[in-house]
Structure formats: C-alpha cells, structure tokens
Design a binder for this molecule. Structure first.
Ligand SMILES: Cc1cc2nc3c(=O)[nH]c(=O)nc-3n(C[C@H](O)[C@H](O)[C@H](O)COP(=O)(O)OP(=O)(O)OC[C@H]3O[C@@H](n4cnc5c(N)ncnc54)[C@H](O)[C@@H]3O)c2cc1C
Length: 274
C-alpha cells in the first residue's frame, strides 16, 4: 500500500530496488502517488490501472472512508471515475500488486529497440532507459531544461474508428504529407478502434517543434508538450492550444482533447475567441 503523499518516482525507485516488477515503465512521472489513479497515469506501455488492486479514498459526499475496487474506479486511457467526478473523492492510498522477481514490461517499441542488446533487461536497466528516453523529450522535470516547463503531454492520443484512419491515410498520402500508407503511425486498441499519436497529427497539420506564440510554444523536443518561456499566461497557452486543436480538426476532422485538468478557464476546444 502506498500513501497518497508519497512522491511517485521515489515509489517506483523503491519497487525496483526490491525487485518488484509492474511500474518500471512509469519511472520519471512527476507528482504524488495519490494522483496516479486520477488520470490512470501511463507511459511506455504501462498504466497504473494494471497493478492497482484497491484505492482507499475519503468519500466527500458520504463523509467517510471507502475502499474502491478497480472496476468501480472505471479506469480508461488517461481517464477514471475520479477524473470524471472530481468532487467525489480524495485518494488517501493505493494498493498495488507487483510481481516479485518478475520481468519488465517491454511493450513499447522505442523502449524495446533501445534495450535490444544484452538479453533480458533488469528492472533497473529498464528504469534507466525510460528516464533517458524521457530526458531526451524533456519529459522529466529539470530546472535547467526550458523544454520541461510544461504540463507533460498537453493532448491525449485520439482513439478513432478504423474508417476515420482509412480516410486520414488516404488524405495524407494524396497530399504528400507521407510517401506511403504505413508511414502513418497507429495502434489498434482492444475495442477495435485505433489510437493515433497526437504529436504526429500536430506535426502533420503543419506545426513544428519549437513553434512559438510569444511567451508560449511547442517544446523543441516533443510536439505534444506546450511550454512557457517565462512570463506567459494561461490564456496565451490555451489560445495556442485552441489554434492547434482547430487546425488538426480542419485538416483531418479529428478532435484533440487536453490531458491536464484545466482549472479556472473554460476549454473551448479550438473554437475560442480569446
Ligand atoms: C514533465 C511532465 C511529464 C509528465 N509525464 C506524464 C506521463 O508520462 N504519463 C502521465 O500519465 N502523466 C504525465 N504527466 C502528468 C502528471 O505528472 C501526472 O498526471 C501526475 O499524476 C500528477 O501528479 P500531481 O501530484 O502533480 O497531481 P496534480 O497535478 O496536483 O493533480 C492532478 C489532478 O489530480 C487531482 N488529484 C491529485 N491528487 C489527488 C488525490 N490524492 N485525490 C484526489 N484527486 C487528486 C487534482 O485535483 C488534479 O485534478 C507529466 C507531467 C509533467 C509536468
């Protein structure tokens, strides 16, 4: 059981030290353990929901403690019952079932490629590689790295019907965005739909890493991270996010959704007049 106030990455480091597999790919995600169920944090082929066996909460409406089963948390891709109803519960602790002596999860192609040599990688080696990959995309907090002044990924990867992917592929090949159909990255999901990388869509719509709008911009290392360069305001950031959302919708008919919970400003989703 992990208390909500534990720094998440320290928890991951400790599980690896103890030879427990199950969260090694979630290395380097900033924040506290209690936030991990909220958006079902995930990275490099793992999601926290795969190992959660119970979530201890303070039920704010009933005014009492409760222990929730994973099914009542309704976990989805970057989603959960907590995210959909933020007033309902405060997470107090999470129970995880990890695998003593278990193998690391190597589902993510980029991670598999970087670990190809040397046989079965240790959990520690996987953690090192995940941290190195994350650093190369400025996805670990680092005061010296201006590209890490972000909320992480700003958009979730859209999950769409296969027919929409076919139309997208036909369009981008016809328009010369890519030279062949298999150059469009896509990942089938268990429910028969297809997950498209939002970063790819953003670049295919004509944005470039490093594009700026005044004090805010796209990270020069990762098209999915919106960064501020000092002195930026939330309104400016959201206006740029609106511009990106609108262009992706106009070009491809695909709707991008923000991953962070936006507080105090309405999310206009590409239709804003800010
Ligand atoms: C550089 C960077 C990289 C990132 N990479 C990833 C990634 O790879 N994968 C990923 O999934 N996320 C990623 N994130 C997002 C972020 O790290 C996670 O969402 C993390 O879980 C947030 O933790 P926090 O403690 O900072 O929560 P906060 O940002 O403070 O809160 C997030 C939301 O959860 C709610 N919340 C927090 N704690 C509780 C609680 N105990 N009970 C009830 N509600 C609560 C808050 O009200 C808020 O709505 C990244 C962020 C950054 C800045």
């Amino acid at each position: 059981m992990v208390a909500a106030g534990e720094p998440w990455d320290e928890v991951v480091a400790q599980t690896i030290q103890e030879g427990l597999a199950g969260v090694e790919c979630l290395s380097g995600i900033p924040g506290l353990a209690g936030a991990t169920p909220i958006q079902n944090v995930g990275a490099y082929g793992q999601e926290i929901s795969e190992v959660i066996t119970a979530v201890h909460v303070w039920d704010r409406r009933a005014g009492q403690r409760r222990v929730l089963t994973p099914s009542s948390c309704a976990f989805g891709y970057r989603d959960s019952a907590f995210k959909r109803d933020p007033e309902a519960a405060v997470v107090l602790a999470v129970e995880l079932q990890l695998r003593p002596g278990g193998d690391a999860t190597l589902r993510y192609a980029e991670l598999r490629r970087s670990l190809e040599q040397g046989g079965r990688p240790s959990l520690a080696r996987v953690r090192e590689h995940v941290l190195a990959l994350r650093r190369s995309k400025s996805m670990v907090l680092d005061a010296d790295d201006p590209n890490s002044r972000s909320a992480g990924s700003f958009f979730t990867n859209p999950v769409v019907a296969p027919s929409q992917v076919e139309a997208l592929v036909e369009q981008v090949v016809r328009e010369g965005v890519v030279d062949r159909a298999d150059a469009v990255p896509r990942h089938p999901t268990e429910d028969g739909r297809v997950k498209l990388p939002a970063a790819w869509l953003i670049e295919a719509a004509g944005f470039r890493k490093g594009d700026r709008r005044g004090a805010v911009g796209i990270s020069s290392r990762h098209a999915l991270a919106l960064v501020h360069h000092g002195g930026g305001r939330t309104g400016e950031l959201l206006a740029f996010a609106d511009e990106i959302t609108a262009r992706v919708r106009e070009r491809f008919g695909i709707e991008l959704q923000p991953e962070p919970v936006i507080v105090g400003e309405p999310w206009a989703g590409g239709a804003a007049k800010r």
